[in-house]
Ligand binder design. Structure first.
Ligand code: SF4
Ligand code: SF4
Length: 124
C-alpha cells in the first residue's frame, strides 16, 4: 500500500493529485482537529505562549471529544485568510495532519467537485 503519510509543512500529493491551493477545503464548514503536540508546534511557530494559544486559538469540538482550532464568525478556521494573492494558511508550515492529509488519506463524497486538485484538466 502506498504511504501517503506527511511530514509537517507537506501536503499529500501523488502522481495523480497536486494541490492547487484553491483554499476550498479550508472554507468548508467543519472542525479542524489538532493534537496537543500540533498545538505546541503551532504556538511555537506563532511565538505565543502555549497556555495563551490554548485559551485564544483552540476550542472543544462540538462532540466535546477533540481539541480543535477555533473558528471565526465568517470561517471555520481562524488561520485561513483571503488575500490579494489568493487564499492563505497562516500556519502553512505547521498545519495539522487533518489539513495535510486531505484529500488522499481522508475525504468525503463529492470532494472532487470542491477541490481544484481533484478535477480533471478539462473541468478546470
Ligand atoms: S490550518 Fe491552514 S490548511 Fe488547515 S484549515 Fe486552517 S487555514 Fe486551512
Ligand atoms: S481543496 Fe484541494 S486543491 Fe484546494 S487547497 Fe484543498 S487540497 Fe488543495
Amino acid at each position: 500500500m502506498k504511504d501517503f503519510s506527511t511530514a509537517p509543512g507537506e501536503t499529500v500529493s501523488s502522481g495523480a493529485f497536486v494541490c492547487k491551493r484553491c483554499g476550498n477545503c479550508c472554507r468548508r464548514e467543519g472542525e479542524v482537529v489538532i493534537t496537543p503536540l500540533e498545538a505546541d508546534a503551532i504556538a511555537a511557530y506563532l511565538g505565543v505562549d502555549f497556555d495563551v494559544f490554548m485559551r485564544d486559538f483552540t476550542a472543544l469540538s462540538a462532540d466535546r471529544r477533540d481539541l480543535v482550532i477555533a473558528g471565526k464568525a465568517d470561517r471555520p478556521c481562524r488561520f485561513f485568510e483571503e488575500t490579494a494573492e489568493g487564499p492563505q494558511c497562516k500556519i502553512q508550515c505547521v498545519k495539522p495532519r487533518q489539513c495535510r492529509d486531505f484529500p488522499l488519506r481522508w475525504n468525503y463524497p463529492g470532494w472532487e467537485n470542491d477541490c481544484a486538485g481533484g478535477k480533471n484538466d478539462s473541468q478546470r
